[in-house]
Design a protein. Structure first.
Length: 639
């Protein structure tokens, strides 16, 4: 994370290290405590499951002994032999009450109920758990215990034959599995107990529990959501609490499966450990407070000189190179302060050089010179050159004092240079009233030619504003010509090892200067070559002529940029098309058609000097046509 203060960084590191160590120890201790608590609960639940099975077995043994006792009673056998139903029912009820059983029945060998303590006096009917009786009949000793459903309620039943001496009836006795049974077991094991039976839908349904009603209702869903095994503990969340749970079957494989779910809340087992955690947290908080106090003192002793250095660095960044750092220490920080003071002195010297250099050359060239080792030579690159020159400046100089002339010239150069720099161009040099600007060196951009053309259009508008100011002061207006060419040059440091100049040289530069000189012949403010037009196609152009300039044999086509293609009005574009038709007629040697077209254009735009210039040339062709091998190129005899 970012820090705005070194003191805060040190303090955070101290605290972070302390918190990391303490939190790791706390987490390890908590995990160990939780594992220990879980192991203890697992052991207790396993013991509780054993106690539960013993309790069920004990109840089963009591039922078996009670049933055997009645089956061996001679008086009961006599009552059964006499078919005295009232006596049989009374004997069954008295025997049931003696052992506090929930139900006792007597049925014939074929399953017809003779007496039922739950429904005395009811007509004979079949035992509802006849399958259990059949299992008892098949048993080697003809006795069996089972979980059966009576009136949709589960009972722990024992079935014993009544012999005289062969089996003549079945004695059935049982305890009910209900909340009282669950509460009794819960007191012995200090665990939550729930008894569930297999429902018709296939899931489990609780019928006895010590849990609150809402938790008991969600218990089947919790069992279905997990894969559990009998007598193996698992974790279950009920009502926002974690319970360690153990499931044990009740009564073995029966017609109506019943399970007991024994549970203990994990939070209760963790109470001793929670008290220990609170103690550890108090120690942890005290350790943090002590670490903060010690860390603040250490951070302050280290951060104070660092803060002094930072404050001094901000003053230096703001341009105050006279400021010096005084750190009365002889350690590494003291050495840093000494080095800082030396660095400030070097920066002051560098800025003085940069400031002076920035006034002599463009900032981009100054940066190029200062960022690299200065060596003679250059590199070839593609650039766009813009040359600008004032018209009739010599005549203007004759009528002005040197001071007035310098003031006028500086105002003009300032405005024009601002336009160049606004379009990321570099002013290479001033030659009297002439400006040479570079687009593409020392920094290259994809739209160098576009920015050069836009600069030329901006210079024309800036000159209009300047002339408006000059008119208000009574000064003569200025006129300029701009030539632009794109091509390859050598850009770099030119001169001698003791005096050099960053500039560009090559035919591209010479051609731009020649093109600038031709603006006065055609009476247009800007001329660009075909190479520049190809690199800046987003402007509307008027083709001016195809010429050979002085000193070059290769022809060059000249164009006048009119503005952005989307901003030029339709009438101007139509006039451009008509003039292009004039040029086509000239190249076909159709002087008459060219003269007629151009005459109409000149009549519509009498101030356009381009039309007068071409009319004069066409008149010359009419009186003295060029030779038969003429290629349509006009050769200019002067610059």
């Amino acid at each position: 994370m970012p820090f705005r203060s070194f003191r805060a960084r040190l303090l955070v590191w101290f605290l972070g290290l302390f918190v990391l160590v303490q939190a790791t120890a706390f987490a390890l201790i908590s995990a160990a405590h939780e594992r220990s608590a879980r192991t203890e609960i697992d052991t207790q639940l396993e013991l509780a499951a054993g106690v539960f099975r013993q309790l069920v077995n004990h109840r089963t043994q009591r039922l078996v002994e009670a049933a055997r006792l009645l089956a061996g009673d001679f008086a009961f056998k006599t009552a059964f032999a006499t078919s005295d139903d009232d006596t049989i029912l009374s004997a069954l009820d008295n025997h049931r009450a003696r052992i506090n059983a929930a139900v006792m029945m007597l049925s014939t060998l074929d399953g017809w109920i003779v007496a039922d303590t739950r429904h005395p006096g009811s007509p004979r009917r079949m035992l509802p758990y006849w399958s259990a009786v059949e299992a008892a009949d098949d048993d080697e000793i003809s006795e069996i215990s089972s979980i059966v459903m009576l009136d949709d309620r589960p009972y722990q039943m024992v079935i014993v034959p009544l012999r005289a001496p062969l089996p003549v009836a079945w004695i059935c006795i049982g305890f009910r599995l209900d909340d009282a049974f669950a509460a009794e077991f819960s007191k012995q094991t200090l665990s939550e107990v729930s008894l569930l039976e297999r429902a018709a839908s296939g899931g489990w349904a609780p019928f006895a529990t010590t849990l609150p009603h809402d938790l008991a209702a969600s218990l089947p869903e919790g069992l279905d959501a997990q894969t559990w095994r009998a007598n193996a503990s698992l974790s279950m969340r009920l009502g926002g609490k974690d319970y360690v749970t153990l499931v044990t079957p009740v009564g073995g494989e029966t017609e109506h499966p019943v399970i007991a779910v024994l549970q203990r809340p994990l939070a209760e087992a963790l109470l001793p450990y929670r008290r220990l955690q609170r103690t550890l947290l108090l120690l942890f908080a005290g350790g943090i407070a002590l670490t903060v106090l010690v860390g603040v003192q250490i951070a302050r002793s280290v951060a104070r000189p660092v803060a002094t250095l930072a404050s001094s660095a901000r003053k230096v960044a703001a341009g105050d190179y006279d400021h010096r750092v005084d750190v009365p220490q002889h350690d590494e920080i003291g050495e840093l302060a000494t080095a800082f003071n030396g660095m400030v002195a070097g920066l002051a010297e560098r800025d003085r050089v940069r400031d002076l250099l920035g006034k002599v050359v463009s900032p981009e060239i100054a940066h190029e010179l200062l960022s690299k080792s200065i060596e003679l030579g250059g590199e070839e690159r593609e650039v766009t050159i813009l040359c600008s020159d004032l018209r009739n400046f010599t005549h203007l100089s004759e009528s002005r004092s040197p001071q007035e002339l310098v003031s006028l010239l500086n105002g003009y150069l300032t405005k024009m240079s601002a336009v160049v720099e606004a379009h990321a161009g570099v002013v290479d040099k001033y030659v009297g009233d002439a400006i040479v600007a570079i687009f593409g060196a020392p920094l290259s951009r994809a739209d160098d030619s576009v920015r050069a053309v836009r600069t030329a259009l901006g210079m024309v508008e800036a000159l209009k504003d300047l002339n408006g100011e000059l008119r208000r002061t009574g000064a003569p207006e200025l006129a300029s010509g701009i030539g632009i060419n794109t091509g390859h040059v050598v850009a770099g440091n030119m001169g001698s090892p003791t005096r050099l100049n960053y500039t560009v040289i090559g035919d591209c530069v010479n051609l731009a200067a020649r093109v600038e000189g031709l603006t006065k012949f055609y009476g247009v403010p800007i001329l660009v070559t075909g190479s520049t037009k190809a690199c800046a196609p987003s402007f509307a152009y008027r083709e001016i002529d195809t010429v050979r300039v002085k000193g070059r044999t290769a022809p060059v086509t000249l164009y006048q940029p009119l503005g952005d293609a989307t901003a030029v009005d339709a009438a101007s574009l139509a006039a451009v098309d008509q003039f292009h038709g004039v040029l086509a007629d000239v190249r076909r040697r159709d002087w008459t058609s060219a003269h007629q077209r151009l005459t109409r254009l000149a009549a519509a735009s009498p101030t356009d000097r381009l039309y007068a210039y071409h009319l004069e040339r066409i008149d010359g062709y009419l009186s003295q046509p060029p030779p038969a091998d003429w290629d349509g190129v006009f050769t200019h005899p002067e610059k």
